[in-house]
Design a binder for this molecule. Structure first.
Ligand code: ZN
Ligand code: ZN
Length: 333
């Protein structure tokens, strides 16, 4: 795409000499007489310079045009990535919800089972009481009719009749004494003792959250109220996966009122032993209490108790966040 050359101008200093040269050192159009002043400079034919500049410019514009499409494609791929990421996150959230729903339904089913058991017992007890009530009503009727009959018979004032009547009434009275002195049956009233909700067990029921990246951060905010309930007992975070290895953080309140941190290796996909380098940060109320690097060799289901302990007096909040950044995981086979 050669552009038409513009007409050659005339040198201001040397009239009638055409400005047909270019000094690239001075970036100046010059004539052949000006050459004297540009002796050691890079001087070329103006037309050559013009056409090579045009070519260069053209190439640059082309390159930049190319660049635009590359950047556009890049932007598009970012958008695609972002969409996929959003969708993946939504999918995981839905899966978590579904699992929560399933746990709820299983618990609900058990609860319904408890309730139906309780109601069946209640119905049986009700039947028993109903029968007793009916029998008592019948007894009242029997006494009333006996009394009416007696009143009628007594009108003739015969001794024989009186004698017989008293005998019959005595028998009836003994029978009634027997019936009404029956103690009420002891009712089988159900009692419910609610179980303790075990967070650790709930984590296991809920499942595991893992990310796809290589180096990772384990983080858990521990509820210190729970820890203080159980001295000398480990409380664990949920399990997290980093580089195909599974981890949990443990926290324990010791009897001398300091808090111990444990890093628990739950095993990996393919190795028996691993060497892990990590940094541990302890945060409370957004402040960092401690940060230190450490390393250890782990085999399956092993808890490594970190040498640093935190005194309870150093934190005042309800939660303590432990963040373990895995810097390097080496596997031994
Ligand atoms: Zn000149
Ligand atoms: Zn020059």
């Amino acid at each position: 795409m050669a552009e038409p050359m513009r007409p050659v101008a005339v040198c201001e200093r040397h009239h009638e000499e055409a400005l047909d040269k270019f000094c690239s050192d001075c970036s100046l159009e010059i004539c052949c007489k000006c050459m004297e002043d540009h002796r050691d400079h890079n001087v070329d034919n103006l037309q050559n310079v013009q056409s090579s500049l045009a070519k260069e410019l053209h190439q640059l514009l082309w390159d930049l045009q190319e660049r635009i499409s590359v950047i556009k494609a890049y932007v598009e791929s970012i958008e695609t990535e972002l969409t996929e990421y959003n969708e993946a996150t939504e999918t995981v959230c839905t899966e978590v919800d579904e699992q929560v729903q399933q746990i709820y339904e299983a618990a609900k089913k058990l609860g319904d089972h408890f309730k139906s058991q309780l109601r069946r017992t209640e119905m049986e007890e009700e039947t028993k009481l109903d029968q007793l009530q009916q029998k008592s009503h019948l007894n009242i009727c029997r006494i009333q009719s006996s009394l009416a009959y007696t009143t009628e018979r007594m009108k003739d004032k015969s001794v024989v009749t009186s004698h017989d009547t008293i005998k019959r009434l005595m028998t009836l009275k003994t029978e009634m004494d027997c019936d009404s002195s029956d103690a009420l049956p002891r009712l089988n009233i159900g009692r419910f003792t609610s179980g303790c909700i075990n967070i650790d067990m709930l984590y296991q029921l809920l499942g595991r959250l893992s990310n796809g990246v290589d180096d990772g951060v384990l983080e858990h905010a521990f509820d210190l109220k729970l820890i203080k309930l159980d001295f000398d007992k480990w409380l664990y975070s949920s399990e997290q996966q980093i580089k195909n290895t599974h981890w949990r953080i443990g926290l324990k309140q010791t009897l001398n009122k300091s808090t111990q941190i444990g890093l628990c290796y739950e095993g990996g996909a393919d190795s028996t032993q691993i060497l892990c380098k990590f940094t541990v940060e302890i945060l409370t109320l957004g402040k960092r209490l401690l940060s230190f690097p450490d390393q250890n060799t782990f085999s399956r289901k092993q808890i490594y108790v970190l040498p640093e302990e935190i005194k309870s007096s150093t934190y005042a909040s309800e939660t303590l966040t432990i963040r373990v950044r895995m810097n390097r995981i080496d596997k031994f086979y």
